[in-house]
Design a protein around this ligand. Structure first.
Ligand code: FES
Length: 105
């Protein structure tokens, strides 16, 4: 059974922006954005060295680039072109009315 939590309202989501939403009991916030009209949610931490993506992440062309070392993560697949062993997790999204819920587990 998934651990599904409410993260935000769709009205709070900004296209192509790294907007972080705190979730009670979770260390890192959840980032929710819209890429080409599609909602995307992922953890607010870089998989490389645990830095906050709300401070160091930039969305460019369907990827999030971490400004610490420049690694890019494809937001459709989570893959990293610079270091294939790294993967940015993407959360499954469920809409409940206008609310955005994600499966953390
Ligand atoms: S800490 Fe993000 S790319 Fe290195």
């Amino acid at each position: 059974m998934p651990l599904r939590v409410r993260v935000c309202d769709q009205l709070d989501v900004v296209d192509d922006a790294v907007t972080a939403f705190a979730v009670e009991g979770v260390t890192w916030p959840v980032i929710v954005t819209r890429i080409g009209g599609e909602l995307v949610a992922f953890p607010g931490v870089c998989p490389h060295e645990d830095v906050p993506l709300e401070d160091f992440g930039v969305i460019e062309g369907g990827e999030v680039r971490c400004r610490v070392h420049g690694y890019r993560f494809d937001l459709a697949t989570g893959t990293c072109e610079h270091m294939p062993a790294l993967n940015l997790r993407r959360y499954k999204i469920t809409l409940v009315g206008s609310e955005v819920w994600v499966d953390l587990l």
